[in-house]
Write a protein that binds this ligand. Structure first.
Ligand code: NAI
Length: 334
């Protein structure tokens, strides 16, 4: 069984190889690694492979899927939870097996959310540079005590719940909003409609999937409803937020802080070394000019534990494809 692994970095190789050694498949699996992202132009690299293994910024649109099908690729193994980058209708029409890793250390993403909130709030990134430069002044480093503040969690699934536990533990008032509320959230906070959550929260953090319904859920109207000076955190998917509207809200000083681990147009940027190159994305570059904006490059999941879980689950999904057994992680039409 040959599997073309796209967008493969050193850590993907390390953890997929380790999983393969720990629990080999029958017949044995050969991972064929490619640094490039999968799209209609690069699909030909999967020649001779029966499956492809992809990540968040691989583009499996109709053209890429048809190209893969022509090569005899029958399975798409996502190394992530979200599958908004796959044209599922076409994949299913082509009879492809599509499986994802629905959960990998939700705590990893929730902890990264906390890291971003604390960094922006207490300016530790600026303090780090300042102290190294021999400057021990506190001007400009003033933060807020989070204890007693209100944190609104949009999407109280696995990651949202982990974030709710963290903020509840810090003595924050936690609000949640979710069309399918979880009973596990009840001891941590109160559910509220999105409008109310936005109006009451000092920090709004997004943990819901990107769908046609949730695209740009944080638009100009939603930003206007937020408290003046509030913080918006997005570690979920970039297109949940209308970036142009966010820039306007930052320029008007209405939005106090923005922390994002994901960005609407992250595809050409994230997971690559673009230092020394000119970045053409003016919207992204405008974001970079604000002192109250913190951007990380989609690293919320990036812990040893999560990468071990992703690799083990991916291999498990492949095993179901090989053995034609029911796969709990298979993605069907929604
Ligand atoms: P999950 O499926 O456990 O929870 C998502 C929750 O969002 C569900 O309870 C669902 O009912 C709710 N939801 C759906 N539409 C909503 C809406 N319009 N408003 C409010 N809630 C809504 O998913 P999980 O594991 O918690 O992941 C959440 C998201 O985090 C994923 O969709 C993915 O985009 C993102 N993610 C980001 C990572 C990173 O490295 N930054 C890593 C892993 C996931």
């Amino acid at each position: 069984m040959k599997v073309a692994v796209f967008s493969a970095r050193s850590y993907d190789r390390r953890f997929l190889d380790e999983a393969n050694r720990a629990t080999p498949t029958t017949p044995s699996t050969e991972w064929v690694y490619f640094d490039v992202a999968l799209d209609a132009d690069t699909a030909a690299l999967a020649q001779g492979c029966q499956a492809v293994c992809v990540f968040v910024n691989d583009r499996l649109d109709a053209a890429a899927l048809h190209a893969l099908a022509r090569l005899g690729v029958g399975a798409i193994l996502l190394r992530c939870a979200g599958f908004n980058n796959v044209d599922l209708t076409v994949a299913l029409e082509l009879g492809m097996f599509v499986a994802r890793v629905p959960s990998y250390s939700p705590e990893a993403v929730a902890e990264h959310t906390l890291a971003m909130v604390m960094t922006l709030n207490r300016q530790t990134h600026r303090a780090f540079n300042r102290v190294r430069d021999g400057n021990f002044m506190l001007e400009g480093l003033l933060g807020r005590t989070l204890h007693g503040k209100t944190v609104g969690i949009v999407g109280t699934g696995k990651i949202g719940l982990a974030a709710a536990r963290i903020f509840h533990g810090m003595g924050c008032t936690v609000l949640g909003c979710d069309p399918y509320p979880s009973p596990l959230f009840e001891p941590l906070g109160d559910m509220a409609p999105l409008e109310e959550l936005l109006a009451r929260s000092d920090i709004v953090t997004l943990h819901c999937p990107l769908t046609e319904a949730s695209r740009h859920m944080i638009d100009a109207g939603a930003l206007a409803r937020m408290k003046p000076g509030a913080m918006l955190v997005n570690t979920s998917r970039g297109a949940l937020v209308d970036t142009t509207a966010v820039i306007k809200a930052l320029k008007s000083r209405h939005l106090g802080h923005l922390a994002i681990d994901v960005y609407e147009q992250e595809g050409p940027l994230f997971f690559q070394d673009r230092s020394g190159q000119i970045i053409d994305d003016d919207v992204f570059q405008r974001l970079m000019t604000f002192p109250n904006v913190l951007v990380t490059g989609h690293q919320g999941f990036f812990t040893v534990e999560a990468l071990q879980e992703i690799s083990a689950a991916t291999l498990g999904n492949l095993r179901h494809f090989i053995e034609r057994t029911p796969c709990p992680n298979r993605v069907d039409a929604h």
